[in-house]
Design a binder for this molecule. Sequence first.
Ligand code: DAH
Length: 341
Amino acid sequence: MLDLQELQARALDELANADSQEALEQWRHAYLGRTGELTLALRSIGQLPAEERPAAGQQANQVRQALTEGFEVRQAAVNEAAMAATLATDALDVRLPGRPQTLGHVHVITQVLRDIYGIFRQMGFSVFQTREVEDDTTNFQLLNMPPDHPARDMWSTFYATTPGVLLRTHTSPGQIHAMRQFYPDPFRVILPGKCYRYEQVTTRSEHMFHQVEGLAIGQNITIADLKGVLEHFARQMFGPERKLRFRASYFPFTEPSAECDVDCSICGGAGCQLCKHSGWLEILGGGMVHPEVLRNGGYDPDVYSGFAFGMGPERLALLKYGINDIRLFYANDLRFLQQFG
Ligand code: DAH
C-alpha cells in the first residue's frame, strides 16, 4: 500500500528547503517529473484492487494538487528573493540623469586657419593646397635661392635619404605650383599648410608649424594692393584697435620685401618676453613677387606683376589669445586645448 501521506509530507519538507532555481528544478524532477515519485505512484494505482482505486485516485490527485501549488508558491518566493538580492547589490536608479557623451572640438590652430580662410575669402582668395614633401628645386631654387645661397641658412630643414627631397620649410614653393597651374590667368590664392624647420625649439619656434601663404598675380598689381589686403586682414583678425607696421626687409623671392608686425597683445606694446621687449610681434613677410620667380612660374614679368606674403597662424593665435609659449599648441595638454572649445 502506497503511503501518499508520507510522500506529501516528505516532498513539502524538501520543498521548503529549496532556495534556488536549480534546487526547485531538481525537486520538480524528483516528484512531479515523468519518472518522479508521485507520477510513478499515480501510475501504480491501476494495479490496486478495483475497490481501492477510487479512494487512492482521489487521494493521489489531492497530493498532486498540494505539490503543484506548493511548488508554485515556493518558486514565486525564490524568484522574489533573487530579485531583492539583485536590487540590493546591482541597484539601477532610473531617476539618475543620463551621462552625455563629451564632444570634442577642433584644435585652436584649425580654428585660426578657418578664420584666415574666411577673411581672405571675402577678398576673393581661394584655398590652394600643395605638398609638404618638396624638392630642393621648388623649395629653394625656383624661389631664387640657388645652391649655396646664404638665405638658405634661415630655412634649414629635414632631408630625406633620397637626394634633393625635403620637408618644405615654408609654403612659398606652393607659389610655383599655383602659377604653373593657373598660367596665363590672373589669380588670387592662399596656400595653407604645415612647414618644418631644423632649429632649436623655443617659446617662439617649433619644428613643425603652419603657414598661410598668399599670392595674387595679374596685371598692374602694386604694393599698395598688398598693403590694403594685409591691413584689411589685420583689422578683421585682431579688431580695429590693433596697430600694424611695415618694415623694409629682404626675401630672395620678393622685391621689394617687407615684414609686417602687430603690436603685442600681451604687453600692449610696453615690452615683454613674448615680443622680446620690442612691443611688436612679427606676423608675416611679404612683398612683390620677384621677376625671376614670376618667370619660373611661367609669367612674363614685363606683362604681369604680383604680390605674395607668408604668415604664421601659431603666431596669430599667440597674439589673439594672449598665449606666451608656442609649444603649448602641440604638447597635447587637454587643460590647455579645452580652453578653446
Ligand atoms: N617664406 C617666408 C618664410 O618662411 C615667408 C614669406 C616671406 C613668404 C615673403 C612670402 C613672402 O610669400 O613674399 O619666412
